[in-house]
Design a protein around this ligand. Structure first.
Ligand SMILES: Nc1ncnc2c1ncn2[C@@H]1O[C@H](COP(=O)(O)OP(=O)(O)OP(=O)(O)O)[C@@H](O)[C@H]1O
Ligand SMILES: [Mg+2]
Length: 264
């Protein structure tokens, strides 16, 4: 049975999408069958993988609204061995359209259920909010949520609100939900601040913080404009090495072997 992890942080621009794409790409390189699920109306994960969000015929919106099954709208990139359930601008209407619908928080979980046998890893990329789309992402996170935290001033600001939301979801709808990982992103070794944030985040989440810290890297910021993950765009860059290490760490935590592709 595949694993489902949801990348969540209501703070914008902390590296949720970058982590979903690049962690996903390295898990795929290590032989895992990976599906990225984009539930952000901004559709950044979709664009980062080179898919034009305006040309998307069906994706997470249709799956959430029950208009068509997710399986029929999965786009596969054979070169990257990576699959995507794309988002589209229509998703911006979903929160309103789902109001009053029964089981509206469980739509994504239900839509992904038939896929957990087909994939080893399903990574859900959430929008920067704690609205209904994110709640759907949380309830789909059968194996836990992964929180990217940017190494900057006020990094922990907002994490209280996030953990409160997680507690509410746990109490009301999904008691087994857990925080399975915290990823420190955009680390800048030249500042004391980044190191202070690492210390502080480790104090708050002693069990969950991944050892692989993602550095600030211009290559990571450039890769999306080529529609490529860092593993294909600049595999020897510091950002690539960090995401490769993160993927190894995720596999180790899950008790899975790392299978390095033949050309390496
Ligand atoms: N380690 C990094 N080094 C440099 N730039 C980065 C890094 N990680 C992410 N970025 C850039 O920072 C911006 C925000 O990253 P990203 O889109 O992954 O965050 P997000 O949390 O998904 O944002 P949103 O909340 O809007 O969905 C992007 O332009 C991305 O390319
Ligand atoms: Mg994003």
């Amino acid at each position: 049975m595949g694993r489902v992890y949801t990348l969540v942080n209501q703070k914008g621009g902390v590296g949720k999408t970058t982590t979903a794409i690049n962690l996903g790409a390295y898990l795929a390189r290590f032989g895992q069958r990976v599906l990225i699920v984009d539930i952000d109306p901004q559709a950044n994960a979709t664009s980062c993988l080179g898919v034009d969000k305006h040309a998307v015929k069906g994706g997470s919106y249709e799956a959430l609204l029950g208009l068509s099954p997710a399986s029929g709208n999965i786009l596969r990139n054979p070169r990257l061995n990576l699959s995507l359930l794309p988002s589209s601008p229509a998703l911006a209407g979903a929160e309103v359209e789902l109001v009053g619908e029964e089981g509206r928080e469980m739509r994504l979980r239900r839509a992904l259920e038939p896929l957990v046998e087909r994939f080893d890893y399903i990574l859900v990329d959430c929008p920067p909010s704690l609205g209904l789309l994110t709640v759907n992402g949380l309830l789909a996170a059968r194996d836990g949520v992964i929180i990217p935290v940017q190494c900057e001033y006020l990094a922990l600001e907002g994490l209280g609100q996030l953990t409160q939301t997680l507690q509410r979801v746990r109490a009301g709808l999904f008691p087994e939900m857990k925080i399975s990982g915290v990823v420190l992103t955009m680390f800048d070794g030249r500042t004391n601040l980044s190191n202070d944030v690492i210390t502080e985040v480790n104090r708050h989440f002693p069990e969950q913080v991944f050892k692989s810290v993602i550095p600030r890297s211009i290559r990571l910021a450039e890769a999306p404009s080529y529609g490529l993950p860092i593993s294909a765009y600049a595999p020897s860059s510091s950002g690539a090495q960090a995401y490769e290490a993160l993927a190894r760490e995720v596999l180790a935590r899950d008790g899975l072997p790392v299978t390095v592709p033949a050309q390496d």
